[in-house]
Design a protein around this ligand. Structure first.
Ligand code: ZN
Length: 98
């Protein structure tokens, strides 16, 4: 499958999970691998940073078993972008799956 389709799918996937609960890098790598996306930390972390720069995600750090872990949660702007994308996805899905 063309890899240039992936970044958009992956970003929407990250926003979807971050809209349910706070997510972190390692969990996302395993979650995305479960859907067939093989992402290295070197690919995922810049994507998370960019989503935060675009104010779609907000991060916070927390001590987890003696280690500082960076969590990401969706922002109100992120929610709006996700809802807009879901409408477009539904139209696309309906058309291409006909
Ligand atoms: Zn998922």
């Amino acid at each position: 499958m063309r890899r240039d389709f992936f970044p958009g799918f992956i970003k929407l996937h990250i926003l979807h999970h971050a809209s349910k609960e706070a997510v972190y890098g390692l969990w996302l790598i395993e979650e995305l691998a479960g859907h067939g996306y093989k992402l290295s930390p070197g690919t995922l972390y810049p994507m998370l940073h960019k989503l935060e720069q675009e104010c779609l995600l907000k991060s916070y750090s927390e001590n987890h078993q003696g280690k500082i872990r960076k969590y990401y949660k969706i922002t109100p702007k992120g929610h709006r972008s996700l809802e807009e994308a879901k409408v477009k996805l539904q139209i696309l899905f309906r058309e291409i799956m006909e």
